[in-house]
Ligand binder design. Structure first.
Ligand code: ZN
Ligand code: ZN
Length: 276
């Protein structure tokens, strides 16, 4: 059992400590646990640095939480070294907003694993806080996939996080989206990832949300495989110890159905393959 996408209280929206998560992982018999805290590139420094007005939901100072996370993860790696293969990662949000800063952040040698995610577009709210009754969803999604393509072409992370993440929030509004019009650009994203030896993740969090499927769903997992994709991680995106490993067996089943024989985890930014 493996879980390559988890958060602790070193992320602003998660609850348990690193020790609590590690203890739970050991209790569940996990072989590999990756802790991947949020690190939003566009809000890395203080609110004063960006001269932004507080809006009650955006959090800043990921510079501080990143350092705290690296320290806590390193301590936990020592403490649990003979009981758990603990991967010290991050979920790097919006690298496209500042590639230079993103590169500086991920040059930290304590990092084992980097998930590249897109939670927010330039000049938009974070996807979690958009009112989908008031926006033009097709144009928002097409902007999103152009930004994701830019991220994939930069390609300095290890796996692309939750490719179809926006559907989680759109789904909460009871709105369904025909993804066909984005297939062409998603193919370009996959090709860019495959060419640079980068991968995707199956994020199982959608299975416990209104959306009800993994991010991305089976069709895209299969498309990635058919285009030659080999690097695949699976993660629950748990924000509480109760969600650790939730949906991972289902995610691995989808990987097998799509033709994958292995899933990966990363240590010191190198992929290790586990037979499934
Ligand atoms: Zn995310
Ligand atoms: Zn996450």
């Amino acid at each position: 059992m493996i879980d390559c996408h988890t958060h602790t209280c070193n992320s602003p929206d998660a609850e348990n400590t690193v020790s609590e998560l590690c203890e739970q992982a050991i209790a569940l018999g996990l072989d590999v646990l990756a802790i991947t805290e949020h690190c939003e590139v566009n809000r890395f420094y203080s609110i004063e640095y960006y001269n932004a007005t507080p809006n009650g939901y955006d959090t800043y100072n990921f510079d501080l939480s990143f350092e705290k996370s690296m320290q806590d993860n390193t301590k936990a790696q020592q403490k649990y070294h003979n009981r758990l293969n603990l991967i010290s990662g991050i979920e790097l949000g919006q690298a496209t907003h500042d590639f230079e800063l993103a590169e500086k952040i991920i040059s930290d040698e304590r990092l084992d694993f980097v998930i590249g995610s897109m939670h927010q577009l330039p000049n938009h709210d974070d996807f979690a806080f958009i009112n989908y009754n008031e926006v033009d969803i097709p144009s928002l999604l097409s902007e999103n996939y152009f930004e994701v393509l830019k991220l994939c072409r930069w390609g300095k992370f290890d796996v692309l996080g939750h490719l179809t993440y926006t559907l989680r929030y759109i789904g909460n509004y009871g709105i369904t989206v025909d993804m066909k019009s984005y297939d062409e650009i998603i193919v370009e994203c996959f090709k860019a990832l495959i060419n640079s030896g980068k991968g995707i993740e199956i994020n199982s969090s959608g299975l416990r949300q209104t959306y009800g499927k993994t991010f991305p769903d089976f069709n895209y997992i299969k498309l990635y495989k058919d285009l030659g994709g080999e690097i695949l991680t699976v993660g629950s995106d748990s924000h509480s110890i109760h969600d650790l490993t939730k949906g991972i067996p289902e995610g691995i089943e989808l990987a097998k159905l799509a033709g994958f024989k292995y899933v990966c985890y990363f240590k010191k930014r190198k992929p290790y393959f586990i037979k499934i």
